[in-house]
Design a protein around this ligand. Structure first.
Ligand SMILES: NC(=O)c1ccc[n+]([C@@H]2O[C@H](COP(=O)([O-])OP(=O)(O)OC[C@H]3O[C@@H](n4cnc5c(N)ncnc54)[C@H](O)[C@@H]3O)[C@@H](O)[C@H]2O)c1
Length: 391
C-alpha cells in the first residue's frame, strides 16, 4: 500500500526485454516512489524471447505473456487487470500497442517519439480522449527539478520579454557505422521502417524541442530545417539544424547531432529575454544559471534556497547529493500515478502532476518531425508547425 494514493497501481510493460535499454530505466523509475507494482509484461518482439525475458525480469507470480496482443486480451478479462501499461518498444510499435491498450480501457505511459506518422499520433490523441484514459509520454527531461524551476521563472516574467531560445542535444555515439555491428539500438534507430522518418530528428531533436517548449512556455509558429546525413550509407539523418520563429517575434535555434564526438548526452538549453537569461545543462542537472541583465549571475541548486513549488515537488533528497536521469524519469511516473488516481476517483488532478507531458505533447513531437522533414525537402522553407493541420 502507498500512503499517498491508497494502493500501488498495477503496471504492465511492453518491450524492455533482455538487452534492451530504456525498459530497465522505466522499471527503476516506476519503483522509485513506490507508486507501482510491475505485475505483467510482454517484454520482447518474439514469443520465445518475450517469455524468456519475462522469466528473468518479472517477479514470480507476475503474468508473463508471449505477445502484447495476448496480454491485452488476457488482462482485459481479469478483475485485477493492470491499471496502466508502459510501452518501451522501438518507435514503430508504439501506435498499435497504445491503441490496443487504450481500447481495453487501460492508461498508457509511452516513450517518444509517440508514433512514426502524424495521423497515427492524432488517432491516439482521439482514442485517449474518447476512452478518458491518462496518456503520459516520457519526455523525461521535463522531470528535472531545475527544469521545472526554469519554467516557473520564465512564466513569472523573470526573463522579461522572450527573445532567443537556443537548445542543443549533442551525442557522438553514431559518428561511425555502429548500425553495421550487433548494437541493436543503433540498428533500429537508423532503419526508417522501425525508427520512422526521422533519425537524430526523432531520437533526440524531439527531446530538445519539447524541453525548449516546456521551459519557454511557447511553441514556434514556423521552423526552417536542414537535416544532414554525414555517415555514408546511413538511411536517416544524423545531424539536425533548425531555426524557429515564434508568434511574439522571438527567434530560436535547435542543433541536435549524433555525430558530435566528445559529447554523450549534452542537452543544453539557453533562453534570453529583455531582462535576463537562463542556462541549464542535463550533464549538470542540479544547477541552473540565471543572470539578470547587468547583475552577477546566480546559481540555483536543486533543493537549495529560493526555489519555487514545482522544483521542490520534484526533488527527493537534500541538496549536494546528486539526483539525475533516473529521478527525473521517476518524476514522470510519480506525476502519472497522481493523474491516474485522480482519473480513477473522478477527482481534479493535483496541479503539480499536470506538468507531465501528455499525448498532446507526444503528438506535437511527431508534428515537429513531419514539419522538419517537409521544410528540409523544400530547401529549408519556413514551414508551419500548427497542430491539427493537414499533415
Ligand atoms: N526517453 C528517453 O530518454 C529514451 C531513451 C532511450 C530510448 N527511448 C525510446 O524508447 C523506445 C525503446 O528504445 P530502446 O533504446 O530501449 O530500444 P531497445 O532496442 O533497447 O529495446 C526495445 C525492446 O522492445 C522489444 N520489442 C520490440 N517490438 C516489440 C513488440 N511488438 N512487443 C514487445 N516487445 C517488443 C524488443 O525486443 C526490446 O526488448 C524507443 O521508442 C526510443 O525512442 C527513450
Amino acid at each position: 500500500m502507498t500512503t499517498e494514493h491508497g494502493r500501488r497501481l498495477r503496471l504492465g510493460m511492453v518491450g524492455g526485454g533482455h538487452g534492451a535499454f530504456i525498459g530497465a530505466v522505466h522499471r527503476t523509475a516506476a519503483r522509485l516512489d513506490d507508486c507501482y507494482e510491475l505485475v505483467a509484461g510482454a517484454l520482447a518482439s518474439t514469443p520465445e524471447r518475450a517469455l524468456e525475458s519475462g522469466r528473468d525480469i518479472l517477479k514470480p507470480g507476475a503474468r508473463n505473456y508471449s505477445t502484447f496482443e495476448q496480454m491485452v486480451l488476457a488482462e482485459s478479462s481479469r478483475e485485477d487487470r493492470i491499471d496502466v501499461v508502459s510501452i518501451v518498444t522501438p518507435n514503430d510499435a508504439h501506435h498499435k500497442v497504445a491503441k490496443a491498450f487504450l481500447q481495453a480501457g487501460i492508461h498508457v505511459i509511452c516513450d517518444k517519439p509517440l508514433t512514426t506518422d502524424v495521423s497515427q499520433a492524432h488517432e491516439l490523441e482521439r482514442v485517449a480522449k474518447e476512452r478518458g484514459r491518462v496518456f503520459v509520454v516520457t519526455y523525461n527531461y521535463s522531470g528535472y527539478p531545475l527544469v521545472r524551476q526554469a519554467r516557473e521563472m520564465v512564466a513569472a516574467g523573470d526573463l522579461g520579454e522572450l527573445r532567443l531560445v537556443h537548445v542543443e542535444y549533442l551525442q557522438g555515439w553514431l559518428t561511425e557505422r555502429l548500425e553495421d555491428t550487433d548494437n541493436k539500438q543503433a540498428r533500429w534507430r537508423t532503419d526508417p521502417a522501425r525508427s520512422g522518418p526521422g533519425g537524430c530528428l526523432g531520437d533526440i531533436a524531439t527531446h530538445a524541442f519539447h524541453l525548449a517548449g516546456f521551459v519557454s512556455g511557447v511553441t514556434p509558429e514556423r521552423i526552417s530545417a536542414r537535416l544532414d546525413t554525414f555517415v555514408p550509407g546511413r538511411r536517416l539523418d544524423d545531424n539536425v539544424n533548425i531555426r524557429m520563429r515564434y508568434a511574439s517575434g522571438a527567434q530560436g535555434t535547435l542543433w541536435a547531432s549524433q555525430v558530435a564526438p566528445g559529447h554523450e548526452n549534452d542537452l543544453h538549453l539557453r533562453i534570453y529575454g529583455s531582462r535576463g537569461s537562463l542556462s541549464w545543462r542535463q550533464e549538470e542537472p542540479n544547477r541552473l544559471r540565471f543572470t539578470r541583465h547587468g547583475e552577477v549571475p546566480r546559481l540555483y541548486t536543486r533543493a537549495g534556497p529560493a526555489l519555487g513549488g514545482a522544483a521542490n515537488h520534484a526533488t527527493r533528497i537534500p541538496g549536494g547529493h546528486p539526483e539525475g536521469y533516473l529521478e527525473a524519469f521517476a518524476q514522470l511516473y510519480k506525476d502519472a500515478a497522481a493523474l491516474i488516481h485522480a482519473r480513477n476517483e473522478s477527482l481534479d488532478p493535483p496541479a503539480t502532476a499536470l506538468l507531465a507531458p501528455t499525448v498532446r505533447e507526444g503528438a506535437a513531437g511527431v508534428e515537429f518531425i513531419a514539419a522538419a522533414i517537409d521544410s528540409h525537402r523544400a530547401d529549408a522553407e519556413w514551414t508551419s508547425l500548427l497542430a491539427g493541420d493537414s499533415r
